[in-house]
Design a protein. Structure first.
Length: 124
């Protein structure tokens, strides 16, 4: 995978955030940042450039992952992969209104994550 590819992980459960970081490192990625709140994710995207966002839908503040991405996508075109434990079809409908690269249910597997990301990363 492309080592210059920069990923923002937006996940409010620390264990899952660390698991995603571990998976990304095993895939060869070493540039990523993290956020636990929608507001923080928006701010980080205003300040930095990312090639991908891994976004949980349910977050610690009033701004959920879908609303955070709605605000981010008004300014920047960054692909998003939603990772969620919430199977409410309304959330997927809301996400589809904005658009996404993929929508993955938890628990996430490394093979599925790798397959999803590989569609975005230029191969060597």
């Amino acid at each position: 995978m492309d080592s210059d590819f920069k990923i923002l992980i937006v996940e409010d459960e620390l264990v899952l955030q660390m698991m995603l970081e571990h998976m990304l490192k095993k895939m060869g990625f070493n540039q990523f940042d993290t956020a636990t709140k929608g507001k923080t994710a928006i701010e980080k995207c205003d300040e930095q450039e990312f090639d991908l966002i891994l976004m949980d839908i349910m977050l610690q503040d009033q701004i959920d992952g879908i609303e955070a991405y709605r605000q981010i996508s008004k300014k920047k075109k960054i692909p998003v992969i939603y990772i969620t434990g919430n199977t409410d079809p309304r959330n997927k409908e809301r996400a589809q209104e904005i658009g996404f690269h993929d929508y993955i249910g938890k628990p996430i597997t490394m093979s599925y994550l790798k397959s999803s990301i590989s569609k975005l990363v230029p191969s060597d």
